[in-house]
Design a protein around this ligand. Structure first.
Ligand SMILES: Cc1cc2nc3c(=O)[nH]c(=O)nc-3n(C[C@H](O)[C@H](O)[C@H](O)COP(=O)(O)O)c2cc1C
Length: 334
C-alpha cells in the first residue's frame, strides 16, 4: 500500500486531498461526510471582512444614533448575504466542527484591506482552528491606485494577520498580478506558511434582455487546472512555503498532476458539488491505483517530481514553449 500521507503548513495529513472553502464545509453533517469520504482536512467557508465590519459598525452606529438611523446605517455598509452566518456564529461553528471531526479544520478569513477586523484571526485560533486561510480577494478598479500600492497593502495585511496568531497561516490569492513570484515571495516573508493557488474569481455576466448584470458562479472543469498547475510547478522549491493547488481538480489524474507539480495538497470543491461528496473516494482510490501502477511508494516521493526544477525541459513552463506550441498547432482547415 503506498503511503499517501503529506504535510501541509506543518500539519501532518493522511493524504493530499483537502476540501476547499465552499458550502460543503459550512455544516457539521457535510463536514462529517467529507471526513468519511476520506478528505484529510477541510477549509471552512469564508468569514468576510464586510461581515465583520457590518456587525461592529452596526452596533457602534446604533449606540451613537439610535435605532431610527437604521436606514442610514444600511446605506453605507455592505449588507452580508443572508445565507452567511455572522462572525460570532462562525467562531462557534469552528468549535462544533472540531468536536465533530478528527481531521484538521482550517478557518477562512476573506478580505482585502487592513483594519480591526483582523482581530478575528486571533478569535479563530482561540475557537480551535488548526490553521487560517486568508483569502485576498478584491477587484481593483481605481486607475489612481498603483500595483505597488495594492501589493504593499496585501503584504501588510498578511503581516497584520500573522501578528494575531501563532497557528499556521495560508494565503489564497488570484493569478492576476504582474509579478506573481515577487508578490508570492513577499507574502511568504510577511508570514505566510503556505500559498493557495488560486482563487476562482466570480465573473458576472450581462443579461442582454433585461439589461442587467447577473451574478454567475460557474463550477470549474479540469481545464481550469492548467493555470495553477503551471505556477505550482514554477514555485516548487523556490519558496519557503507549502503550496496548495485549488482549481480544476476533478479526476484522479488531476490530483496526481497537482502533487507531481509540487503541491503538498490538492483542494477541491467543484468536483464534489457536481458529483457528490463521495467523489473524494474516487479521487483518493484513483491516486492510490496510479501510485501502484507507476511504483511510487509515497506521496512525498511524488511531490514536485514534475516541477519546473525537476522536468527535463524547464522552458516548457515559460515563453519558449509558447512559441513552440503556436508553431506546432495543426488544424484541418489550415
Ligand atoms: C459555491 C462556492 C462557494 C465558495 N465559497 C468560498 C469561500 O467562502 N471562500 C473561499 O475562499 N473560496 C470559496 N470558493 C472557492 C473554492 O474554495 C475554490 O477555490 C474554487 O471553487 C476553485 O476550486 P475548484 O475548481 O475545485 O472548484 C467557493 C466556490 C464555490 C463553487
Amino acid at each position: 500500500m503506498p503511503d499517501l500521507s503529506t504535510t501541509y503548513l506543518g500539519i501532518s495529513l493522511k493524504n493530499p486531498l483537502v476540501a476547499s472553502a465552499s458550502p460543503l464545509t459550512r455544516r457539521v453533517d457535510t463536514v462529517r461526510q467529507l471526513e468519511d469520504a476520506g478528505v484529510s482536512a477541510v477549509v471552512m467557508h469564508s468569514l468576510f471582512e464586510e461581515q465583520i465590519r457590518y456587525e461592529s459598525h452596526e452596533v457602534d452606529f446604533f449606540l451613537e444614533h439610535g435605532a431610527e438611523s437604521y436606514a442610514e446605517a444600511q446605506r453605507y455598509l455592505v449588507e452580508p448575504p443572508g445565507f452567511r452566518i455572522g462572525p460570532e456564529e462562525y467562531l462557534k461553528q469552528i468549535g462544533k466542527l472540531k468536536e465533530a471531526v478528527d481531521i484538521p479544520v482550517i478557518a477562512s478569513l476573506n478580505g482585502s484591506s487592513r483594519g480591526g477586523w483582523v482581530d478575528y484571526a486571533k478569535k479563530m485560533q482561540q475557537a480551535g482552528a488548526d490553521a487560517i486561510e486568508l483569502n485576498l480577494y478584491y477587484m481593483h478598479v481605481d486607475p489612481l491606485e498603483t500595483s505597488q500600492q495594492i501589493e504593499q497593502d496585501y503584504v501588510d495585511l498578511v503581516a497584520d494577520v500573522r501578528a494575531q496568531v501563532t497557528i499556521p497561516l495560508a494565503v489564497k490569492l488570484g493569478p492576476f498580478f504582474t509579478s506573481l513570484p515577487n508578490l508570492a515571495a513577499r507574502l511568504v516573508k510577511a508570514g505566510a506558511d503556505g500559498l493557495v493557488l488560486f482563487n476562482r474569481f466570480y465573473q458576472p455576466d450581462l443579461d442582454i434582455e433585461t439589461l442587467s448584470v447577473v451574478p454567475n458562479l460557474e463550477l470549474s472543469t479540469s481545464a481550469d487546472l492548467r493555470l495553477p498547475l503551471r505556477w505550482v510547478a514554477i514555485f516548487y522549491g523556490r519558496l519557503e512555503a507549502d503550496l496548495a493547488l485549488s482549481s480544476g481538480i476533478h479526476t484522479p489524474a488531476d490530483l496526481v498532476k497537482a502533487v507531481m507539480a509540487g503541491a503538498k495538497v490538492g483542494m477541491t470543491t467543484s468536483a464534489l458539488l457536481r458529483n457528490g461528496i463521495d467523489h473524494a473516494r474516487v479521487l483518493l482510490q484513483g491516486l492510490e491505483e496510479w501510485m501502484g501502477t507507476y511504483e511510487y511508494e509515497s506521496v512525498a516521493q511524488m511531490t514536485g517530481a514534475m516541477s519546473q526544477r525537476n522536468v527535463e525541459d524547464p522552458a516548457a513552463f515559460e515563453r519558449a514553449n509558447y512559441m513552440r506550441t503556436l508553431a506546432s498547432f495543426e488544424h484541418p482547415r489550415i
